[in-house]
Design a protein around this ligand. Structure first.
Ligand SMILES: Cc1cc2nc3c(=O)[nH]c(=O)nc-3n(C[C@H](O)[C@H](O)[C@H](O)COP(=O)(O)OP(=O)(O)OC[C@H]3O[C@@H](n4cnc5c(N)ncnc54)[C@H](O)[C@@H]3O)c2cc1C
Length: 375
């Protein structure tokens, strides 16, 4: 017989969004089960620059990335494809920490307090106001509420037949850590034809290099080394970096089919948090903060309903959708706009010339894609 257990909330995916949701809910006595397919710690493809806007909230949850050695970052440098630089002060600033450490820090905070199952969720059914979640290892779980925190692209997206899965996702990303002389207080974004590469330091002192590129530009070269040498290195900053930096990974991590298409924050009654609800273009350096903030929005709505014994799904869904849209829709749109601009050689040249003449525009643009510090 298959064993079935009932939970208040089942969270699918234990990246930043899922882990923060689990931590916040469990601190409020809610019975939570988190299902994650990979063991901790592990490296993830990510720029690893986190906006300070979520620091106050993390501190409320008892999490302090700075005490883990995260590097405080206050400066931003952007170069065009020829390597012409513009530097600016970051309005809010941020910190550099590897996902290896950051996700693990949150995992350690929930370990022993939340039921964590290492397994892959395969199916989610909603019937008679109740969820049934089925995993690869034939586990069956019942829950009153399900949170989708399964990231940018998952087998669950296919199972739910989500619209963006049928659309074009022509982006790939590559990331690795390197030993390299680089200022601790700076995050750099170097453009090249077909993409851009972020550089910033992590808590270990290693420089994280992570780039996003169109599949079309990448496939001309057929491999990472050739692409870096022949295309990225046309930007003199990246040329210097890839010629002098010592790789610390055996080989870079890669992901493909990255989608920036619109998604729905609630689908099939599942509350989507983090990238499952929508992924902002990485050039905004803000996806992790949005993942954490969306976890906060959901958790606060759920806790309030739970404590007042008003767990009405429809009301909670409407509230979450409205709050998600009011906080993130504009930021996602701005991200898509800047991305388009950078990918168009003419528009990007014009854009760079404009911010060079009016440097105060840089922090203004950054503010458009970032939120206010969380409470
Ligand atoms: C190239 C690139 C660079 C980026 N750089 C930055 C940056 O510098 N700063 C920034 O703030 N953001 C950046 N981002 C965005 C950031 O990485 C994401 O917004 C963030 O990781 C979202 O967290 P998440 O918890 O939603 O998803 P994830 O961290 O992807 O977590 C999802 C989890 O779900 C698990 N999972 C998936 N399917 C299942 C299943 N069926 N069953 C069980 N578990 C499952 C996965 O194993 C994973 O652990 C970047 C993104 C890209 C692509």
């Amino acid at each position: 017989m298959i064993h079935t257990q009932k939970w208040d909330v089942i969270i699918i995916g234990g990246g930043l969004a899922g882990l923060v949701t689990a931590l916040h809910l469990s601190q409020n006595k809610i019975k939570v089960c988190l299902i994650e397919k990979n063991k901790y710690p592990n490296h993830k493809v990510c720029g690893e620059y986190v906006s300070n806007e979520i620091l106050p909230y993390l501190k409320l949850l008892g999490i302090n990335p700075l005490s883990e050695g995260a590097k405080q970052i206050s400066k931003f440098q952007i170069t065009d494809t020829q390597g012409n630089p513009i530097t600016a002060q970051l309005p809010l600033g941020g910190f550099g920490i590897s996902r290896y450490r950051f996700d693990n820090l949150l995992y350690e905070a929930i370990r022993g307090k939340v039921e964590i199952i290492f397994d892959t969720v395969e199916k989610v059914f909603f019937k008679d106001n109740l969820f049934l979640v089925k995993t690869q290892n034939k586990k069956s779980l019942e829950g009153n509420c399900v949170v989708g925190a399964f990231g940018k692209r998952s087998n669950i997206d296919s199972f739910l037949n989500r619209k963006f899965m049928g659309q074009n996702s022509p982006w790939l990303a590559v990331k690795a850590h390197y030993e390299y002389e680089f200022p601790e207080d700076t995050v750099a974004l170097h453009n090249f034809n077909g993409g851009y590469c972020g550089l910033s330091k992590t808590e270990t002192g290693a420089v994280n290099a992570c780039y996003l590129a169109t599949f079309k530009s990448f496939k001309k070269y057929g491999g990472i080394e050739a692409f870096q040498k022949m295309e990225l290195s046309k930007n003199p900053f990246l040329n210097k970096f890839f010629n002098n930096a010592t790789p610390l990974f055996n080989k870079p991590l890669t992901i493909s089919q990255i989608s920036f298409q619109e998604k729905k924050p609630v689908e099939n009654h599942i509350f989507m948090v983090g990238d499952s609800a929508g992924l902002i273009h990485p050039l905004c350096g803000n996806g992790m903060a949005m993942a954490i903030r969306s976890a906060q929005i959901f958790s606060e709505i759920y806790i309030e309903a739970y404590q007042n014994e008003k767990l009405n799904k429809k009301t909670m869904e409407e509230k979450y959708k409205a709050q998600w849209q009011s906080e993130f829709e504009e930021r996602l749109k701005t991200g898509r706009f800047i991305q388009k601009l950078l990918m168009n050689p003419f528009a990007s040249k014009l854009g760079f010339a404009m911010v060079k003449t009016f440097p105060f525009l840089v922090p203004m643009i950054i503010e458009k894609t970032h939120g206010s510090p969380s409470k």
